[in-house]
Every structure is written in C-alpha cells, then in structure tokens.
Design a protein around this ligand. Sequence first.
Ligand code: NAD
Ligand code: ZN
Length: 371
Amino acid sequence: MNPITAESITMSDLQIISVSLGNRSYDIEAGSENLEHIGSFLTAFKPISAAVILTDENIVQQGYAHRVAESIAETGIDVHLLSIASGEQSKSIETTATLWETLLEEGIDRKSVLISVGGGVIGDLGGFVAATYARGIRFFQVPTTLLAQVDSSVGGKVGINLPNAKNMVGAFLQPLGVLIDTKILQTLPETQYQSGLGEVVKYGASLDAGLFQLLETNTEKINIRDPNILKQIVTDCCRIKANIVAEDEFETTGRRVLLNYGHTFAHAFEIQSNFTLLHGLAVSIGSICAAKLAVRMGFVNEIFLKRQIGLQQALGLPTEIPEGIDWLQTIELMRHDKKSEFGKLCFVLPTGIGSCRLVDNIDSQLLEHGL
Ligand SMILES: NC(=O)c1ccc[n+]([C@@H]2O[C@H](COP(=O)([O-])OP(=O)(O)OC[C@H]3O[C@@H](n4cnc5c(N)ncnc54)[C@H](O)[C@@H]3O)[C@@H](O)[C@H]2O)c1
Ligand SMILES: [Zn+2]
C-alpha cells in the first residue's frame, strides 16, 4: 500500500494539502471566503449524477448550506439538500436508516456524491452513510467547526454511535476532497470554537514545536478569529494529522495513538460530566494533567508545563479540573481506557515541546494522591 504523505503548497491565497494515498489520494483546500469554490472543486470529479448535501439546521440558518448548493448547481449538477437536527443525538442508527431511505427515494445512485457540510457530527454521519449506501458512494467534506476542520475531517474515520457506545459502528472512508473556509468559523458559538482550539494546542504541544510557537505569538489574532491566521493554523494541523495517519491509516501500528495527548484523562472527564463538557475542553484539561504527570516522571521540566498553561490561559482554555469530577473515579475510568492493558494505565506523554511518546504500564498508585 502506498503511504500517505501530506505536504502543503500555497496557491494564491489558498493552501492545498495533498494527501497522497495511492488511488485514494485527495486534496484539502484551506482558505478564507472560498466556500463558493466548492462547485469548481467538484467539477473535476464529473460525471456526477447528483450531489446530496447533508447538513444541520444551524448551517442552513447561517446560509452556508445554500451557498454550497448554489455553487454546485451552477456547474449543472443536480443538487439535493438534506438538513437534520444538530447535535450528537443525530449520529444514530435511526437517523442513518432514515437517510438511507431518503437517498433511495430521491434516486441517488453510485455516480452520486454525498457532501457533508457541518461539524464532526455531520462529517461522521455523512461519511458513514456514504460508506454504506449502495455499498459505497463518493464522499466530500466541508467542515464548518474548528474541531472538524483540524481533526474529524482528516483521517478517514466515519461512524455513528450505539445508544451506550460512542463511535462504535463505522468505517474508514477517505473523501474525494475537503474544502475548508475559515471565515465561516466567525459564527461558531464561543465554547465550540474553544473546543476546537483545545485540539489545536494539543497538536502544537505534542507534535509540532513550530505550530506551538505560532500559537504563542498570535493569541490575540486567534481570539478574534482572524481568518488568515486560522488558515495557517488549520493547514498546519491538517498536515500534522495527515502525516501521522499516513503511517498508520487503519490504526494498526500504534503510530496513530500519538494523536491522543490528553485524551485518556479527557475521556474520563467527559464520561463523568455526562458529556456536558465539550471534547476539546476536556482535552485541554487532560493534556495539562498529562503534562504534570510527565513532569513527575522526568520527561519534561516545569518550563514545559508553564508554557502550555500560559498558552491555554491566553486562549481562554481551561487548565484546572472542573467541579464535580472525582479523582479516584477518574483513575478507575482510565484503567478501562482502550489503550490500557491488565488494568495498568497508559498515556501519551510529552517529551518536549512538539514531541511525545506512548508510556504504558504506569502504576495507578503514582496518581492516587493527585497531580
Ligand atoms: N472522525 C473523526 O476522526 C473524529 C475526530 C474527532 C471528533 N469526531 C466527532 O466529531 C463530533 C463533534 O464534532 P463538532 O465538535 O464539530 O460538533 P458538532 O458537529 O455537533 O457541531 C457543534 C455545533 O456547532 C454548530 N455549527 C457548526 N458549524 C457552525 C458554524 N460555522 N457556525 C455556527 N454554528 C455552527 C452545529 O450545528 C452544532 O450545533 C463528535 O461526534 C465526535 O465523535 C470525529
Ligand atoms: Zn480529540
């Protein structure tokens, strides 16, 4: 199998990240105010019998779904717009079944393309429907949250939840392409924006010192959501994730686990908050916990911790464990994390700014008295 390699080039004011994966290679286009470029992006994949846009009510309300629809219709492609309720509960078996039926009723066939226009929920659900309907139709992503632009739209994981198990049913499906417009992040609710920033800081702190520095020197611009600095940041994150995925596309070699700095703690916090704590905010707090553990184990010094806390505070991200989280329960939940074996704890820990490693076999006693 050909490895994926990702490199980014600047084309006028657009960044193109080429994800090279043999016959599944594709481009991620990142820009600002480039949403209307979707039509010409898709034209390269004609013949297309129909384009199905899957989106949610908020994206329709902001006008983004119609802008995408109009741009595609202008190229002569037949467009179907399907809007569903926003939120995690839509990533369900019921919604999937309804969508399969709707696609059938609307005459969607294997020459059609399904385009997810939305956050990670719409991306994961749309990708799963595309992977399964008619044994698979082509798929395209227009991620509209920061989290989706830097994380969920890259890597090919698509899927839905079972009532008691998140992301339990899914597939690997690489898209035809991804179009990112950072201007549309302006309308994202503040907590959703911060949740995306939690993942952005994760990439810098654990995988890319250059990105970490870029973030440190641009906190003011980031806080006002300057589309140009966001374009740079999003491009860096996509490139970092695509390169890691390149080495471990199907999560078999253990390389992909390095994307999980802060995530072992974060999952335990999310479960205890009944998922009211947004994922990226849980990652922010979790990665500070992991950094403190790394200091205790001698992998990094206090300066690392201070820099990460300083950056997160400047971006308005949480660094402290919130009320209502029980520490011993956190440890117990982490013993059952999918990375852990035989009840021993397993974490991705930083070894410096922009580098990390997986550390397993950690005795829970090391954490029992807090961090
Ligand atoms: N496939 C992967 O690799 C991967 C990785 C990380 C997360 N995920 C999944 O992603 C999902 C979370 O995604 P999310 O954080 O994007 O949440 P989301 O899709 O629920 O979107 C958050 C909210 O923001 C609204 N919204 C989206 N874009 C907007 C915009 N531009 N302006 C105004 N409002 C907007 C949405 O309608 C929604 O209410 C989870 O289901 C998670 O499992 C998948
Ligand atoms: Zn995450």
